[in-house]
Design a protein around this ligand. Sequence first.
Ligand code: ADP
Length: 269
Amino acid sequence: MEMNTKRFLVRPGDTVSLADHDPAETGGLTKKEAKEALTQLRLELNELQELLYASEEHALLIVLQGMDTSGKDGVIKHVITAFNPQGCQVTGFKVPTSEELAHDFLWRVHRAVPRRGMVGIFNRSHYEDVVVVRVEGLAAEKVWRKRYGMINDFERLLAGNNVVIRKFFLHISKEEQRDRLQDRLKNKRDHWKFRVGDLKARARWDDYMAAYEEALSRCSLEEAPWYIIPADKKWYRNLVISQILAETLRSLDMKWPALEPGAEGIQII
Ligand code: ADP
């Protein structure tokens, strides 16, 4: 039994208010039910990805955005591992280097777009250029404001060239982030994940939410939709994303490549 994922979709033209989306939602499922469903979906995702890889007609680009501790790394660890690593590439986008800053903001992003047959995962993305850049004042408003349209044009270009794009905003509550950050301080083996600097973004939580709301509202396209994923419960987050990916891959109507001409009837001796 599968859930209806439409309610997580930001329909093009919608104005998003994140306060209307419950980060702790679990769709009435128990953790056990979700884990069972996820086990099934992982098998299917693995097969679908093999077909994507073999047929080489489409690339799949998965964009992950969210506040610190929202689970971007967790999704890569628990969802993306359903795929064969040979067909995947993960790219993390950090503070731009001086070389990157000397180019247009999409330069580093375009280079990381997966080729046909591959799944590309963006751990952060060009959306940082209208979120952190806006909130921290790293560029003038007249610079970042133009970027929504540029991002839409860019994603349309990709989609028009067989790059299937799905974008996930991992929506956690401020309270859940507090608990997760506190846990990082508590557990020795998580100390490496804690950066005092992350508290700076937490202190500007509302500004970040406003920046995300505008990005989600302006840049959800038919061909490159945003989904708002309830992410307080990791198991639900993983299930919802897995199901959306399975639906996406199923809808591509991919075909196994035919046997090479002349190979029919060959007997291997
Ligand atoms: P993680 O993604 O695990 O948090 P880092 O701690 O290295 O990895 O974080 C990357 C940092 O780079 C984030 O603070 C993010 O906001 C920042 N960043 C990413 N892209 C940009 C950008 N275009 N401009 C400024 N900062 C950026």
